[in-house]
Design a protein around this ligand. Structure first.
Ligand code: 13P
Length: 246
């Protein structure tokens, strides 16, 4: 049985005041799903103070390096120091706006795992790639970059301490959600590609998830939760999404 997981990606939004108000309004009472809050780096300590209250902390990014002269970067060990348990890697905004290649994303994935963090690997196709019917090919290559970077030694263990988020780029922040059936098709494909570990890996859907569409998405066999952007900035809306997950 996979535990449902709902993660909030605040992106570059919020303030100290926002965070205080968010946690005052967040209502996770009685939920059995796992909840992860990923604030911007400066608010990690503030979120860490609250994190006993039914959720874990995640980072939105991390360095592929362990330490040294890398101005502006944050290592996995530093995140662990603040009680962070998860790190998003390969978000489409990082891939498209900051030029992160699948190879760099794969190095970040392994840096997170090596330090004991659980990477949340984002994969997903652009609108053009979907229209050209290349969705599954694109996702297969994003996954393959991670297994290739692991080399032979990792065996089948690459995916056993990881979360995957399927985020179709055309559905992010656009109000357009993949239909539950469209998402399920890709989620099942991803699970099959993960091999033996696949059955136990949580695969989240991301892209305009709201309280109003969460239940239908979560009803699909291979959708284990959500990675939520815009709607995670509203504590009541986000609480409802978590409630829909269980
Ligand atoms: P939205 O929920 O705002 O579409 O963002 C999705 C996302 O990018 C989460 O990482």
């Amino acid at each position: 049985m996979r535990t449902p997981l709902v993660a909030a990606n605040w992106k570059m939004n919020g303030s100290r005041e926002f965070a205080e108000q968010f946690f005052a309004a967040l209502d996770l009472e009685g939920l059995s799903c796992a909840v992860v809050i990923c604030p911007p780096y400066p608010y990690l300590p503030l979120v860490a103070e609250k994190a006993g209250e039914g959720f874990s902390i995640g980072a939105q990014n991390l360095s592929d390096e362990t330490s040294g002269a890398f101005t502006g970067e944050v290592s996995a060990a530093m995140l662990l120091d603040w009680g962070v348990r998860y790190a998003i890697v390969g978000h489409s905004e990082r891939r498209s706006l900051y030029g992160e290649s699948s190879e760099l994303v794969a190095r970040k994935f392994h840096a997170a795992q090596a330090a004991g963090l659980v990477p949340i690997l984002c994969v997903g196709e652009s609108l053009q790639e979907r229209e050209e019917e290349r969705t599954l090919e694109v996702i297969a290559s994003q996954l393959q970059a991670v297994t290739e970077a692991a080399g032979e030694s990792a065996g089948g263990d690459v995916w056993s301490r990881a979360v995957i988020a399927y985020e179709p780029v055309w559905a992010i922040g656009t109000g357009k959600t993949a239909t539950p059936e469209q998402a399920q098709e890709v989620h099942r494909f991803i699970r099959e590609r993960l091999g033996n570990a696949g059955a136990a890996v949580q695969i989240l859907y991301g892209g305009s998830v709201k309280a109003g569409n969460a239940e239908a998405l979560f009803a699909q066999a291979d959708i284990d939760g959500a990675l939520v952007g815009g709607a995670s900035l509203d504590a009541e809306e986000f609480s409802k999404i978590c409630r829909a997950a269980g």
